[in-house]
Design a protein around this ligand. Structure first.
Ligand SMILES: *Cc1c(COP(=O)(O)O)cnc(C)c1O
Length: 372
């Protein structure tokens, strides 16, 4: 078999592309599904917990799955430029895929509220970076207005191709496990990803659903390829200061250390509700402290470094396990949406300080002995 060439190539029969579509890819997707070895025991849980490490995509987050298709379709339609609002990762992915396609990218980000790694990516890939004095929701409104008036393609997840690309994560999980898991847990910000996961699982079982990537049950991709016998219960976790799904209404001033989900007015509101309702799942919330301690726990006990927003999936799961809301013996998949290297400041701020020591064997040996 030829080497892996990205998810459009892999799932061509289940995506809206033709043989003449100019595919823009960085070989995204095909990310590892890693079984946690220590955490289930530490939590007294007798089932399996696996993480889908989306931080190992080319730009370090799951946004690449949606961006490969959104930019491919923009290029196919003759667009020369793309635009998005972003909490960081969408801008990194948009900038990289635009560079790959030879297009111009414009990204609107909330001033001072995006993680350093993400800003570095957008700048390095040559995006025109606009830091706005407003939050993500303000940026979202502005890019919708601007893309309606100017020749720039909007690549936020209101673009249906984003969710079509992102649904492939469910196909990979079904293939890896041989069926869908019992539960799927993930962080919820703009709510595109939970909707896309659900649509991928529904297609894998041949179910039709309103959550099927805006297709309203009309898309032709149901029931192709890998088949699952069931669909998981979907659990969506939010940061307490930015939890519109828990409040039942938009949150005007969202705040959380998990900047990727610092979103008060999610675009995929009804699709995400449909995913949770149809699957028999629920939304729940975690504090910033719970998110950060889970991020550290995962890094120290499993060797997996995800960004704070991503740790929300496991932080929420830990609470639901402790509350007895999860059936014993279940297989659970958690999406780890982005890589920990994206946000070095938050990682360093919550870690033990480093040790300043003379470049002499004596004091170094003394220090090491204290830890043995
Ligand atoms: C975008 C993003 C999210 C939120 O995904 P939505 O589709 O907006 O709900 C979560 N974590 C990370 C790391 C992200 O980049």
């Amino acid at each position: 078999m030829a080497h892996y060439q990205g998810l459009i190539h892999r799932y061509r029969d289940r995506l809206p592309v033709s043989d003449s579509t100019p595919v823009v890819t960085l070989n995204e997707g095909n990310t590892p599904l890693v079984e946690l070895q220590r955490l289930p025991g530490m939590l007294g849980f007798d089932g399996r917990i696996l993480v889908k490490f989306e931080g190992l995509n080319p730009t370090g987050s799951f946004k690449d799955r949606g961006m490969t298709l959104a930019v491919t379709k923009a290029l196919e339609s003759g667009a020369r430029a793309i635009i998005c609002a972003s909490t960081g990762n969408t801008s990194a992915a948009a900038a990289a895929y635009a560079a790959r396609a030879g297009m111009t990218s414009f990204v609107l980000i909330p001033e001072g509220k995006i993680a350093l790694g993400k800003l570095a990516q957008a700048m390095m890939h040559g995006a025109v970076v606009l830091q706005i004095q407003g939050n993500f929701d303000d940026g979202m409104r502005l890019v919708q207005e601007i893309s309606a008036d100017m020749p720039v393609a909007l690549v936020n997840s209101v673009n249906p191709y984003r969710l079509q690309g992102q649904k492939t994560v469910a196909f990979e999980i079904v293939e890896a496990l041989g069926d869908a898991p019992d539960y799927h847990v993930l962080p919820v910000g703009n709510a595109g990803n939970i909707s896309a996961h659900w649509s991928g699982y529904c297609e894998s079982t041949g179910h039709e659903t309103a959550a099927c990537g805006h297709c309203a049950g009309q898309c032709p991709y149901h029931g192709h390829g890998a088949r699952a016998t069931r669909r998981p219960v979907m659990l969506g976790y939010q940061a307490a200061g930015s939890a519109p799904f828990l409040r039942g209404a938009p949150v005007p001033q969202p705040e959380t250390v998990a900047t990727a989900i610092r979103i008060g007015n999610p675009m995929s509101w009804s699709l995400a509700w449909a995913a949770v309702r149809e699957s028999g799942g629920w939304f729940a919330e975690c504090t910033d402290e719970e998110i950060l301690s889970t991020q550290a726990l995962l890094a120290r006990s499993e060797g997996i470094f995800c960004e704070p927003s991503s740790a929300t999936s496991l932080a929420g799961l830990i609470k639901d396990l402790r509350a007895g809301r999860i059936k014993s013996g279940s297989t659970i998949v958690a999406t780890l949406t982005g890589h920990g290297l994206k946000d070095p400041d938050t990682a360093i701020a919550q870690s033990q300080p480093t040790h300043a020591v003379a470049a002499d064997k004596g004091p170094i040996a003394e220090l090491i002995a204290r830890f043995l």
